[in-house]
Design a protein around this ligand. Structure first.
Ligand code: NAD
Length: 255
């Protein structure tokens, strides 16, 4: 992966936009958790290069053959998700919220790391892959229960014999209405939208930073690769997020 090395100038530039704002909304994607050891979908080493998202991330395919998703989950995702720890970027957002500067984190991530880091106001646009529910009776299950079930069966089942599924938005499903409404409201109320680690190509989520910009907020994008919204942004930093945010906000990194 080729990216710019972090410079003092980047840190100061980010600190300047943060210090000038009163109400920050963070909009995060897979890249914010990359330094926690969770691969992104796109780009170098992304999981899409090895597994077929048309199958493991599609509701139609899940209904036809849930074992494909569960095999992918057991082999690729389960251990990574349970071992991952929040990094400096997650912790910086917690600190900004604690200081009363950040009102919400709107995330496309499904790893729950913002909440584990301590963020209070988190809106998950794509659900959470550490939660599961029964497709028949909607009873909820946690990751430990699923791990134990996967030792006994290829496709975990509920006590009512319904098939269990992850509490994530699969291709072919709608985004959760409440989270989307809150995300739009936060975008329209913030004075700085801080995009961290998102390719900004997944819609409708990628509209959120645009709503913020259209409502008059500053837009800062921290992403290793260029994004389609770079031309609209007031600040673009193509550097890894964890150290940059930790230094700009002055928090200790989790290493
Ligand atoms: P994406 O995979 O499309 O893009 C990630 C972006 O992050 C890339 O543009 C890359 O340049 C950038 N990036 C990678 N490492 C970075 C780092 N250390 N610092 C800064 N930027 C970095 O992800 P997306 O935009 O979130 O959208 C795709 C979908 O991926 C979402 O629906 C999300 O649910 C899902 N996803 C989530 C996780 C997770 O929960 N951790 C992991 C993979 C994919």
């Amino acid at each position: 992966m080729i990216f710019n090395l972090l410079t003092e100038q980047d840190i100061l530039a980010l600190r300047r936009v943060i210090d000038a704002s009163r109400r920050i909304m963070a909009f995060t994607g897979a890249g914010v958790s990359e330094e926690s050891g969770i691969p992104t979908y796109r780009g170098h080493g992304g999981t899409w290069t090895k597994y077929d998202p048309e199958k493991y991330a599609s509701i139609d395919y899940f209904r036809r053959d849930p074992s494909y998703f569960w095999r992918f989950f057991r082999e690729v995702r389960m251990d990574i998700m349970s071992k991952a720890q929040p990094n400096g970027a997650h912790l910086a957002l917690v600190e900004l919220e604690r200081r009363g500067r950040l009102s919400a984190v709107v995330t496309q991530n499904i790893d729950g790391l913002h909440q584990r880091a301590g963020s209070q106001q988190v809106y998950e646009l794509h659900g959470n892959t550490t939660r599961f529910y029964c497709t028949r009776c909607r009873e909820y299950y946690d990751l430990d229960t699923i791990r134990a079930a996967l030792q006994k069966e290829d496709v975990p089942h509920c006590g009512c014999s319904g098939v269990l599924r992850p509490d994530v938005v699969l291709f072919g499903e709608f985004l959760p209405e409440f989270a989307m409404e809150r995300a739009i409201a936060e975008a329209q109320a913030c004075d700085l939208c801080l995009v961290i680690g998102s390719s900004l190509v997944v819609y409708p989520a990628a509209n959120i930073p645009l709503y913020a910009k259209q409502a008059g907020a500053q837009l800062a994008i921290i992403n290793i690769d260029p994004t389609p919204l770079d031309d609209y942004a007031d600040l673009v930093l193509n550097t890894p997020a964890a150290e940059l945010l930790a230094k700009a906000v002055e928090v200790q990194e989790n290493k």
